[in-house]
Ligand binder design. Structure first.
Ligand SMILES: CC/C=C\C/C=C\C[C@@H](O)/C=C/C=C/C=C\[C@@H](O)CCCC(=O)O
Ligand code: ZN
Length: 606
């Protein structure tokens, strides 16, 4: 089956493929730039005399071939998506012929993949810091590349960083020594498994590591190292369960790095080194579902990769489904069902409501054109995607057979990319005895229609307990008796479900009960970031004035977009807070991640 084209790249990947990148970088904290070169090895898929690479605001100094010969190049605009570096190879390459190019360049001011932090913007406030976020199409702002998941390449790197700092990458560390001049720490890495450009990642900072197992460690700034070691101590056990569900782990190491608070996501599945937000440091290991999610990406996303961002649900829907399979193996089927029901009712339903039921971005398969995929990003591919897989599992009616199918799907498409059609074709060929059952799934509704899909069936036991407790608050004007004790005995996920449920029924809750609710469940002291976020949003949605200060403080301190975007949206939409929120946001822009800035600016334009 031939893949359609990826609209988010300007590269000529159908003519020639990048096989490997060899990066030589110097991290310049003063000028907030990466300075260096990349050696690119390419192989022609068909005869061509040009190489088109994606770039975004890069300063290209020179392009040469090996043996050294300067090549002609020009930089063309690619509206909405950056630029295209067009290189004349100087000769016609035959199909299968290889070529090596060297590109000397530096990153531009405000490279979208990078956030340079001054010492005072870090957790410990002791040294500057740098981290990257290349998904979806930001890799092109740090290296000229084929920035499409359709192309997978290996990479090596040599990185010079200031003395005393540690560099980590989404690869296996090979060596660390001082430079000959004694002015730099020099780190070398190798990623021997072919990966798409969006999985290239770097972090530089004052970092300490704690060993979790032979293949797992957690890195953090020194003041957070012990907390991180405790919080993520279960990483190896989760990885073993994941292998049991999905097959052997092929990436060698699985390390974690806790980033500063401005990191825009909960976690990013960079191979060998998952990036995580410090908002996971709940103190009681109650947010490790994010680690299970990132571990699951080692198979779905990193090994089997969506061929373009229009089919992002193949990365995220499968990963959420696997994450919950892992959770079910560890804590029981009722728990898995609870997570699935919560995902549908308290994430998917509100997300569809926020976009609007006819919005293009509520479709599972997207038509992105030249829209930056970041703009379409939401929980839809995660929750609608995993709900589709749950629906298929239930239609098949044999969970262990469906799990075997998942393993064979992973094996079949490992190291490759996949489209929705290919997944569907493989599903039908694997369940040829269930064709009629599969035909009963309304594929067009699930894949191509906006809005909510049919709700799968759930074992509602654990959710029912939460709905009952929440109902006591929303249905009555009285403060429910004994509510503290019932709440206290619940798991953190159930506690969150209680607040989410009250929030879903805020119309009948009544702002006058906010102080009692806050007091009963000690919500103003809660450390669990999901519960805190839900409480703040409940207060903002019900226009509870004492919530304004903690909401502004949370939005300023936490760059995770899952939290700061809805909080800013609510603050912008409330007349009483709008101007303060806009002023705070604008003042904080220099400290914020470029991806987050763009997303919040989008809210103001909407
Ligand atoms: C349908 C949208 C099409 C393409 C989007 C592709 C990438 C979107 C881009 O914005 C990058 C996303 C990176 C996500 C990383 C981690 C998430 O799993 C975090 C989820 C939210 C959170 O927990 O904070
Ligand atoms: Zn994910």
């Amino acid at each position: 089956m031939v893949h359609p084209l990826d609209p988010s790249t300007g590269s000529n990947y159908t003519e020639i493929h990048v096989e490997s990148y060899d990066l030589t970088w110097k991290i310049d904290f003063e000028r907030e730039k990466i300075e260096g070169s990349v050696d690119v090895e390419l192989k022609a898929v068909k005869s061509t005399n040009q190489v088109l690479l994606d770039t975004r605001a890069l300063e290209i100094r020179e392009v040469s071939s090996n043996p050294a010969e300067n090549l002609k190049f020009e930089v063309l605009e690619n509206p909405g998506l950056g630029q295209i570096l067009k290189i004349d190879t100087g000769k016609q390459l035959a199909e299968g012929e290889k070529i090596k190019l060297r590109i000397a360049y530096s990153t531009g001011k405000n490279a979208t993949a990078l956030q340079f932090l001054t010492a005072d913007q870090t957790t410990d406030g002791k040294a500057p810091y740098l981290f990257s976020q290349c998904q979806a199409i930001n890799a092109r702002s740090i290296v000229p590349c084929m920035d499409t998941p359709s192309v997978k390449s290996t990479y090596r790197s040599t990185v010079h960083v200031p003395l005393g700092l540690t560099c980590l990458m989404s690869a296996i560390g090979k060596s660390h020594e001082k430079s000959a001049c004694g002015k730099f720490e020099v780190f070398k890495f190798e990623q021997p498994v072919q990966i798409p450009a969006y999985l290239l990642a770097i972090v530089v900072g004052r970092l300490e590591s704690r060993k979790i197992s032979e293949r797992c460690a957690v890195w953090a700034e020194p003041s957070q190292a012990s907390a991180a070691e405790y919080e993520f101590a279960e990483t190896e056990s989760i990885l073993k369960v994941a292998e049991n569900v999905a097959g052997p782990y092929v990436w060698g190491r699985y390390d974690l790095v806790v980033l500063p608070a401005s990191f825009p996501f909960g976690g990013m599945e960079n191979p060998c080194l998952t990036f995580i937000t410090p908002t996971l440091l709940a103190g009681d290991r109650s947010l490790v579902n994010v680690i299970a999610h990132e571990i699951a990406h080692s198979w779905t996303g990193n090994l089997v990769t969506n061929f373009s961002w229009e089919h992002f649900w193949l990365n995220e829907g499968f990963t959420v489904f696997l994450e919950r399979k892992i959770h079910g193996r560890m804590h029981g089927e009722k728990e898995r069902q609870f997570e699935c029901q919560q995902g549908f009712e308290n994430t998917l339903i509100p997300t569809v409501k926020t976009w609007g039921p006819d919005h293009e971005f509520t479709k599972l398969i997207q038509k992105l054109g030249n829209i930056d995929p970041d703009e379409a990003f939401s929980s839809i591919p995660y929750e609608k995607g995993s709900a589709l897989l749950l629906t298929i599992e239930q239609a098949i009616g044999d969970n262990s057979r469906f799990e075997e199918f998942l393993r064979s799907y992973i094996q079949k498409f490992a190291y490759k990319t996949v489209s929705t059609d290919e997944f569907q074709e493989y599903l039908y060929s694997s369940f040829s005895d269930k064709r009629i059952i599969l035909d009963n799934i309304d594929w067009n509704l699930w894949l191509n229609s906006p809005g909510l899909p049919p709700k799968p069936k759930f074992d509602t036991t654990l959710t029912d307990e939460c709905k009952k407790l929440a109902g006591n608050w929303t249905r009555s004007t009285e403060i429910p008796a004994g509510t503290e004790t019932i709440y206290e005995k619940m798991s953190s996920a159930q506690k969150l479900a209680v607040i989410d449920e009250i929030r879903a029924n805020r119309g009948v809750f009544g702002v006058e009960k906010m102080p009692a609710l806050t007091e009963a469940y000690k919500l103003d002291k809660v450390k669990h970031s999901e519960i805190k976020f839900s409480w703040l949003l409940l207060g903002l949605d019900t226009k509870f004035e004492p919530i304004i200060e903690p909401s502004l403080a949370f939005a300023a301190a936490v760059g995770r977009m899952k939290y700061c975007k809805p909080i800013y949206r609510a603050l912008f939409n409330w007349q009483a807070t709008r101007s303060r929120a806009i002023a705070q946001f604008q003042q904080n822009i220099p400290k914020m991640n470029p991806i987050t800035v763009k997303a919040i600016q989008g809210l103001l334009k909407a």
